[in-house]
Design a protein around this ligand. Structure first.
Ligand SMILES: Cc1cc2nc3c(=O)[nH]c(=O)nc-3n(C[C@H](O)[C@H](O)[C@H](O)COP(=O)(O)OP(=O)(O)OC[C@H]3O[C@@H](n4cnc5c(N)ncnc54)[C@H](O)[C@@H]3O)c2cc1C
Length: 298
């Protein structure tokens, strides 16, 4: 069984920053692992600008930000294990990994969990009707369009006007698809003002406030949604072939269920709390990695 002083699960902004800071603090035995074959976590699929104002003083795209982090990582001796999904973490300080080479186990002294967050899906909402093809979370859609260049549909409804929803609305529009509406239950958009101006206003995308999706229609493919006005109670059918849900992120902590109080465990980035900005996830990772690294070299 392999052994390491510090194991970091998740090579997004938080995990890479933690690994680099631990190395800089003098810890020379750091393993960083990710289920993906590359570093950067969510960043490579975020083709829009808006990353790195605090850390680098300029607005970078997600891939450019990820590249800077990868360069910093390459200047350390941190051992990166790509393409390894961590399946379990035990109280005996062992992680069970699965990759193309089979299963492996790593024993560690300290663990930093940097597994990011997951998206709330349609199943978590009080929406009646069918569950046909053509419903995606915003992150899934972003990955399929930006990284794999798939065509998801041509008449799109987006539920949720946070940053993810607004960025996706612009992406579909730039791809030549018709965004019929961005639906928001509050009386104001949910994301940053700059994303509202750049994504919604600049592309004349219709946004409807105080309304939500009450029912989904169609099988095997979605054919429409019933939209309810939350103030008047009026309902309207919107015919669409794609529904995107952008209704919130939940910290991803499944791996450490029951181990939350373990003294050897720390959390960084979106699995600790959802960070709107990559700079903030990276800063939290760097602070934590430095602290843990210093404790390990004492
Ligand atoms: C669509 C979108 C737009 C955004 N726009 C901006 C913006 O304009 N400006 C800005 O500053 N910020 C933006 N953000 C926020 C910012 O990108 C994130 O807060 C930050 O990148 C999160 O970093 P992280 O390391 O915590 O998580 P992630 O980047 O999600 O990294 C977590 C990593 O953990 C890995 N992992 C998870 N579970 C396991 C497991 N069991 N085994 C192995 N690996 C695992 C995942 O594969 C992933 O690589 C945006 C986020 C999104 C989703």
């Amino acid at each position: 069984m392999e052994r390491t002083e510090l194991l970091i699960i998740g090579a997004g902004a938080a995990g890479i920053s933690a690994a680099c800071a631990a190395w800089d603090a003098g810890c020379r035995d750091v393993v960083l692992t990710d289920r993906l074959p590359y570093t950067g976590g969510i960043l490579p699929q975020c083709l829009h600008e808006g990353f790195g104002l605090a850390a680098y003083g300029s607005e970078l795209t997600g891939p450019a930000y990820a590249e800077r982090l990868a360069k910093a990582l390459a200047q350390t001796g941190v051992h990166f294990l790509p393409g390894r999904e961590v399946l379990a973490v035990t109280k005996e300080k062992t992680a069970v990994l699965s990759g193309s080479g089979g299963m492996e186990e790593i024993r560690f002294e300290r663990l930093i969990l940097a597994t990011g967050c997951r998206e709330r899906s349609i199943g978590s909402l009080p929406v009646a009707g069918t569950r046909p093809a053509g419903i995606f979370t915003a992150g899934q859609a972003q990955e399929m369009i930006n990284l794999h260049h798939w065509q998801l549909g041509s008449r799109v409804v987006i539920l949720g006007s946070g940053d993810l929803g607004m960025v996706l609305a612009r992406r579909f529009t730039l791809e030549g698809k018709q965004v019929l509406a961005v639906l928001e239950q509050e009386a104001h958009f949910g994301g940053l003002a700059r994303n509202y101006h750049r994504c919604i206003e600049a592309h004349h995308i219709p946004i409807r406030y105080r309304c939500t999706v009450r029912e989904i229609h169609g099988m095997p493919r979605i054919t429409g949604v019933t939209v309810e006005d939350l103030d008047s109670g009026e309902r309207e059918l919107l015919c669409c072939d794609t529904l995107i849900t952008a209704v919130g992120l939940v910290p991803e902590r499944e791996l450490i269920r029951g181990l939350e109080e373990a003294p050897w465990l720390s959390l960084a980035g979106n699995c600790s709390k959802v960070h709107d900005l990559a700079d903030s996830a990276a800063a939290e990772g760097a602070k934590l990695g430095g602290q843990v690294g210093r404790q390990l070299v004492k």
